[in-house]
Write a new protein. Structure first.
Length: 300
């Protein structure tokens, strides 16, 4: 279950969410609505989203572009003030079956969501923090792939172009070009060559970012690993993400009988759509407050 470092009794968190989302609660008689009616009463955009069942759902959430808006620079992300309280309530409601699945470093996720500490798959699953708080790094059959060539070539390119930014992680290297989107083709060519020289690495392309990461690591495999462990095992998985880097997660959860939720525009294999991170947070807040579904319901 999600833990809050140094927090007081979280009993008042529900009231805080009501204050953060006041327009949701006005005139809604929750005791007289089943869960789907309650969700659909909030916004037409939320109606296609599946219901969360506290006893049977396992929830996996991307961070950037899903829970928060994408920022010009990775470190400039603004975390909505109600998000930490919302995630803590969700974790309790799901009996701990809530995990973050992100390309971020684990330390970055913890810093943004402090004091909350959740199970998490960081760097696309290269590192996982289990529900018991222990950390686990994905092991490779051979030596750990070297990042030397990728780092050198990415940094050399960044020195030539002020709009580029290199982010070194524990198991990967990311080249961000959000400030210079016209350089996408050049960045792609350089990183493809760098990966070609680096056995054991593959290139992953996201929204204005290219990342060289170990082969055999993706968000689908990370979710699969969580689903083999308590408190996730035996539940129905639901994963929300916004980027092409999340497609492996959608593929796995849907093949396992769960649901994928694509946040924002763009092609996707996810069966559900959500227009933006604000709408997703509204749906999550509604899931916290809504009554539990009937046994015959369609919750996942």
């Amino acid at each position: 279950m999600g833990q809050t470092r140094g927090s007081a009794d979280p009993g008042g968190l529900r009231g805080a969410l009501v204050a953060a989302f006041p327009y949701k609660w006005h005139g809604v008689g929750r005791s007289r609505l089943n869960k789907m009616q309650f969700l659909s009463s909030l916004s037409p955009a939320l109606h296609p989203l599946p219901c969360l069942d506290p006893q049977h759902s396992a929830l996996f959430l991307d961070f950037d572009g899903t829970l928060t808006e994408i920022a010009p620079r990775p470190e400039a992300v603004q975390v909505p003030r109600e998000l930490v309280a919302l995630l803590e309530l969700l974790s309790r409601r799901l009996e701990g079956a809530l995990a973050l699945v992100s390309g971020r470093r684990l330390a970055d996720l913890d810093e943004f969501l402090a004091p909350l500490v959740l199970p998490a798959a960081a760097e696309h699953g290269a590192e996982r923090r289990l529900a018991n708080g222990l950390s686990h790094s994905v092991r490779h059959a051979g030596p750990r792939p070297a990042l030397t060539d990728v780092t050198r070539m990415a940094q050399g390119l960044a020195r030539q172009h002020a709009g580029l930014r290199v982010e070194r992680k524990s198991a990967s290297v990311a080249l961000h070009y959000r400030q210079a989107p016209e350089l996408e083709a050049l960045c792609l060519a350089v990183l493809l060559e760098a990966v070609r020289r680096s056995p054991g690495l593959e290139l992953l392309q996201g929204k204005c970012v290219l990342e060289a990461k170990p082969t055999g690591v993706d968000k689908g495999l990370a979710i699969a690993a969580f689903m083999a462990e308590p408190p996730f095992a035996g539940r129905h998985p639901l994963f929300a993400g916004d980027d092409s880097t999340d497609e492996a997660g959608f593929a796995w959860v849907q093949s396992a009988g769960g649901e994928g939720v694509k946040v924002g525009p763009g092609p996707s294999i996810a069966r559900h759509r959500c227009p933006d991170p604000l709408a997703l947070r509204e749906w999550l807040a509604a899931s916290v407050a809504a009554p539990a579904p009937a046994a015959q319901g369609t919750a996942v």
